[in-house]
Design a protein around this ligand. Structure first.
Ligand SMILES: [Fe+2]
Length: 184
């Protein structure tokens, strides 16, 4: 007799794999976008974002050729290069000191985040296993895993995976670019 814990969840994380010149150019793409992009606070958790809840999906990666290609290259490593996919929406997040994000899921198929600037103690990413139907059943309610991202790192995960960002305990802004993909 045994209780089996089945079905691992694929999560892809990579530090920056390009060279210093490519990294500087990608940094410039993000900085240029930040300079011209209007940010608001739709989530009431102290994150300034270019995300919008309307039918005109924001896609800041449209104007970032290098970062878009960098992300696409790693998505292919994650899901295999025989599947076609589209970046459906992408948005900038600026989290000032004490900002955080509550647990949430994304729509679409695969979601991800490129971490532009993540100062020390500016908030780990918390990934939570599916707890649907297990809320009263310890110890299988859920499990949390945390990732401490670094500058120019990238994470990819299934959009159904619940996640949150711990409070930014540094005095500097945490800047990231998140996105949702769908298979074609
Ligand atoms: Fe998210």
């Amino acid at each position: 007799m045994s209780t089996m814990l089945l079905f691992p969840t694929p999560v892809y994380y990579t530090k920056f794999t390009g060279d210093q010149r490519e990294r500087s150019l990608i940094d410039a793409e993000i900085e240029n976008a930040l300079a011209v992009t209007e940010l608001s606070n739709p989530w009431h958790c102290n994150v300034k974002t270019s995300f919008r809840y309307d039918d005109n999906k924001v896609n800041v990666l449209d104007k970032m050729l290098l970062l878009r290609n960098y992300i696409r290259e790693h998505v292919e490593k994650f899901i295999g290069n025989d599947l076609k996919f589209s970046i459906k929406e992408s948005w900038l997040n600026v989290t000032d000191s004490k900002g955080y994000q509550d647990f949430h899921i994304h729509t679409n198929t695969i979601s991800g985040c490129f971490y532009h600037r993540v100062p020390k103690d500016s908030g780990d990413l918390i990934l939570r296993s599916d707890s649907t139907g297990l809320k009263l059943w310890k110890p299988y309610q859920y499990q949390d895993s945390s990732i401490t991202p670094e500058d120019s790192s990238l994470i990819l995960f299934p959009s159904f995976l619940e996640h949150a960002v711990r409070p930014n305990l540094s005095d500097k802004a945490r800047i990231s670019l998140a996105f949702n993909l769908d298979l074609n």
